[in-house]
Design a protein around this ligand. Structure first.
Ligand code: AHR
Length: 496
């Protein structure tokens, strides 16, 4: 029988984990906003029309930031359409998704929603049809204290205090042929650089994210990233990465998606470090993995010119949740450079939370790995020595047990996340002697006989993590079994 061994040494530290690693994304797309977070008339709607049942589910995910308002939508969006009295806001064509946008929700309402949901906005400026000047006006509207045209407009619109939005994306996927007003790397690099200068002049406390390749599958990757960084290096803090995975019929390849994500991160790190050397810079470019998830893109169909149509409403299976959990482990293990990561998206559109118009809100399978890693993945990520068999996949050799270890110094806990991609149970021995004696708090396990099981409105708990019997007493070396095809959280208290 195959076996794994993990040696954990408390001084082998990778990095503290950035809270922003647990961020998400809401785009004006499909039913993410309308009948997702916002549905006036719903039983749980508050005075602003926000669904409180959805807010409660978002709160449990402990989301640091929510990227807004897009996505592809961003590149045709005029942010001024979404401010001021609702009755005067224009209804527009959204060319990105071929839908109708009523602009009932704009930046002011979104900031209000974030406060209610215990999160913060990660805003974005339009680099498609938008100009550097528009971006400057938007940040003035949001972040300037008052006494100028745009900041006074915010005050007039009911927000006396600045929104104080710290993190901003300069456009979205500007290399994609599908993007409204796509650019080449030099054009975008120059425009992003000039936009960043204006934004920082208005508010020098902001941190900016420049667009990297829209996926590692683009023919221009990673040249795009190099050129864009050569133009923008000293004025931005992050470069973005986007990547979605889907099952093309081979479950093992799909389960090994994390190998590809890891390669992608390493390639962008190296590209950024090359530019750092070229510029003789002291600064390390950080990575913002601001779109990641499982997404069945082939199923996407365009419904012409409807208002909030049911598009991109993927229903996630147990298998999808295992893959998703593996990706989350990779993000943790790269937390020294990946300081922002946004689960794309949050509600209805390729999302962990799924709503019925006028009805219930449920947790999809991927909700659980995100919730647990967001809850127990905070602290210092360690670098364990993992001895585990490897298996050949389309992404290269994949470890059968994919692991991340987080030392939560604040709560005196050690939390181990692991994905078993093998179709057999995996005996695991963990040597934690550098921590002295520990006691096991719990073993949370997401697994099941039917990898294709999904949660539905009729049966919302089909895919649900369970607690496995915990090893009792004081321990420093522990032997346990990680079930076949499972995603696990092993939690230990450091004071036995
Ligand atoms: O998240 C869905 C879409 O995927 C976003 O609008 C775009 O940025 C990406 O291609």
């Amino acid at each position: 029988m195959l076996k794994s061994k993990v040696y954990i040494e408390k001084n082998f530290r990778i990095s503290n984990v950035s809270d922003k690693l647990f961020s998400s994304f809401i785009e004006h797309l499909g039913r993410a906003v309308y009948t997702g977070i916002y549905e006036p008339g719903h039983d749980t709607a508050d005075e602003q029309g926000f669904r409180k049942d959805v807010i409660d589910l978002v709160k449990d995910l402990n989301v640091a930031m929510v990227r807004y308002p897009g996505g592809n939508f961003l590149s045709g969006y005029d942010w001024t359409d979404g401010i001021g009295p609702k009755e005067t806001r224009p209804t527009r064509l959204d060319l990105a998704w071929k839908t109708i946008e009523t602009n009932e929700i704009g930046i002011d309402e979104f900031v209000d929603w974030c406060k209610k949901a215990g999160t913060s906005p990660m805003a974005a400026v339009n680099m498609g049809t938008g100009t550097p000047k528009d971006a400057g006006y938007m940040i003035e509207y949001c972040n300037f204290k008052g006494g100028t045209y745009w900041s006074d407009m915010r005050i007039k619109n009911g927000h006396n205090e600045p929104h104080a939005i710290k993190t901003w994306c300069i456009g979205n996927e500007m290399d994609g042929p599908w993007q409204i007003c796509r650019m080449d790397a030099v054009e975008y690099g120059k425009k992003a650089h000039e936009t960043a200068k204006i934004m920082k002049w208005v508010d020098d406390t902001t941190e900016l994210v420049v667009c990297g390749s829209s996926t590692s599958l683009m023919p221009s990757y990673p040249e795009w990233d190099r050129i864009v960084l050569e133009h923008t290096y000293e004025n931005v803090e992050y470069i973005s990465l986007h990547r979605y995975y889907e099952n093309f019929g081979n479950d093992l390849d799909f389960l090994a998606s994390f190998v590809d994500m890891d390669n992608f991160i390493n390639a962008i790190k190296s590209t950024a470090d090359y530019v750092k050397a070229l510029k003789r810079s002291k600064k390390n470019m950080l990575l913002s993995f601001d779109e990641w998830n499982v997404w069945y893109q082939k199923k996407h169909k365009n419904l012409d010119w409807q208002q909030c149509p049911e598009i991109l409403e993927d229903r996630y299976s147990l298998l999808d949740a295992l893959v998703f959990g593996g990706l989350a482990i990779t993000l943790l293990n790269n937390s020294d450079r990946v300081r922002i990561a946004c689960l794309a998206q949050l509600v209805n559109v390729i999302a962990p939370i799924f709503t019925q118009k006028g009805g219930a809100a449920i947790r999809q399978s991927i909700y659980y790995p995100f919730m647990y890693i967001s809850k127990y993945g905070r602290g210092v990520v360690l670098k364990p020595v993992v001895l585990t068999p490897k298996v050949e996949t389309k992404y290269g050799d994949a470890p059968m047990l994919h692991t991340s270890v987080v030392h939560d110094e604040k709560n005196d806990e050690l939390n181990v996340f692991c994905l078993n991609i093998n179709k057999e149970n995996m005996p695991l021995s963990m040597d934690m002697r550098s921590f002295g004696c520990l006691s096991m708090i719990e073993h949370i396990c997401l697994d099941g006989d039917n990898l294709h099981a999904v949660n539905s409105f009729e049966k919302s708990d089909t895919v649900l993590p369970k607690k496995l019997e915990t090893v009792k007493g004081s321990i420093d070396i522990i032997e346990l079994v990680i079930p076949k095809h499972s995603w696990n959280v092993l939690r230990f208290a450091l004071k036995a």
